[in-house]
Design a protein around this ligand. Structure first.
Ligand code: HEM
Length: 409
């Protein structure tokens, strides 16, 4: 399909179904592209996405982070992510120790065991959906563990999030009855959960305990803020990593030479996971509200306008990555491990969960490949997310030789 930059609308059916041709046309302009219908700029070049991310002081995060919040006026949850500058930094620091390399390393054995326990029963079946049966469950249980939810609630919570995120073809924003009912049920659950912890503070665990006990500049979080933070941590902590695990298995199946490489050397699992993030970025884009004027890529950005930071487009920038449209895990192998890409953003709001995502993603891809060995993709059963915000696979069924007890487990 040939498209022109002016054809781009993040909420058009064509862009939500397959944004790549639009991103190629936008990148070709070499500059931010103005979208008059949203008074917004679509930013697709790697350097521009990075530079805009580093201008946090010129942006107003209280107006939201997601395209729905910033472009469509959807409600903005009151979390540390939607605070500006010093307040953002101080509240983010409440959780930061859990997400440093050392914080994540302390959880590695538990993550490995969690992943193994979910994978093991699937091996005898000779068939699994890498997203739904495996990776998504691991990340949901992990997010539930971090926040101190009862284990049996984690899957229920996950289903509500899926229903909230679901978009029918052509649907703009979170407006369907299915979205609204799920949001109502989930927020109701979280309010009850927080209410229970207020009554019995000793029951708060880990990240929730840190948040509920934190006092920053003499302020504590209200119930509403606690609920918003828990909700946002659930979504960010469980949504994108499984998409990238499923995507890694998909792209390895579609590139047999690279599949053979990783099967021969499972130490390359992390390189394959990172190349999948670059090649098929699950956080397709985030949005920003502009607080004060600045120049970007030769364009004058004005206060009151919006920015779309399109990470997925930046990760395919031909001026940044050689053979940008080839899937090549070799980029991240050996010395390539330090390649700088747009997968986790940049600047003050840089992804808090990067080390967790890389560690958990690598564990899951490696365990799966070591256990099943060679496998076949059931291409007809693969499904992708639809919408402007998240991208990637939500169903990747594979089949393999059934395994008794699990090779390499
Ligand atoms: C492969 C999986 C993931 C990808 C691709 C990803 C990507 C991103 C990106 C692009 C941003 C925006 C960064 C910016 O504004 O410059 C972000 C923010 C964030 N991510 Fe992730 N993320 C992933 C996994 C996770 C996980 C597992 C967590 C765990 C809780 C997490 C928590 C967050 C949080 C809290 C923010 C907001 C940070 C802030 O505003 O200070 N992410 N992520």
């Amino acid at each position: 399909m040939i498209v022109r930059p002016d054809d781009y609308d993040p909420y058009s059916h064509a862009a939500m179904a397959d944004p790549e041709p639009f991103y190629a046309a936008l990148r070709e302009t070499g500059a931010p592209h103005y979208l008059p219908q949203y008074d917004a700029w679509a930013i697709t070049c790697f350097d521009d996405v990075t530079r805009a991310s580093l201008r946090a002081h010129a942006l107003d995060f209280t107006r939201g982070q997601t395209p729905g919040q910033v472009l469509l006026g959807e409600p903005v949850p009151a979390t540390f992510m939607t605070l500006n500058q010093e307040a953002h930094r101080r509240w983010r620091n409440v959780l930061a120790p859990y997400y440093t390399p050392a914080g994540v390393a302390a959880e590695e054995a538990r993550l490995t065991e969690l992943s193994r326990s979910i994978l093991a029963p699937l091996l005898a079946q000779g068939r699994m959906d890498v997203f739904g049966d495996f990776a998504n469950r691991v990340m949901v249980f992990n997010a539930g563990y971090n926040l101190g939810f009862p284990e049996q609630d984690a899957i229920w919570v996950r289903e509500r999030i899926d229903d909230m995120m679901h978009r029918e073809p052509g649907q703009v924003g979170m407006v369907s009855a299915r979205n609204q009912e799920a949001a109502g049920a989930l927020f109701g659950y979280l309010h009850q959960f927080v209410g229970g912890l207020r009554a019995e503070p000793g029951r708060a665990l880990r990240h929730t305990k840190a948040l509920i006990e934190a006092e920053v500049d003499g302020q504590r979080l209200s119930d509403e803020e606690m609920v918003s933070n828990l909700f946002s941590l659930l979504v960010t902590g469980s949504e994108t990593t499984p998409m990238a695990v499923a995507g890694t298995i998909y792209y390895l199946a579609r590139h047999p030479d690279q599949k053979r490489r990783v099967l021969a050397d499972p130490g390359l699992a992390g390189a394959a996971f990172r190349e999948t993030l670059r090649f098929d970025q699950p956080t397709n884009m985030l949005a920003r509200y502009v607080h004060s004027d600045f120049e970007l890529g030769g364009r004058q950005i004005r206060a009151g306008q919006r920015l779309l930071l399109i990470y997925a487009a930046a990760n395919r920038d031909e001026t940044r990555f050689e053979r940008a449209h080839d899937y090549d895990l070799g980029r991240y192998a050996g010395n390539g491990a330090i390649v700088r890409d747009a997968s986790f953003g940049a600047g003050a709001h840089f992804c808090l969960g990067m080390h967790l995502a890389l560690t958990a993603g690598t564990i899951m891809v490696r365990q799966l490949l070591e256990a099943v060995g060679d496998f076949e993709l059931i291409e007809a059963g693969c499904r992708r997310a639809y919408g402007e915000f998240l991208a990637g696979f939500t169903q990747v069924p594979i089949q393999f030789q059934p395994i008794d007890g699990g090779r390499g487990q």
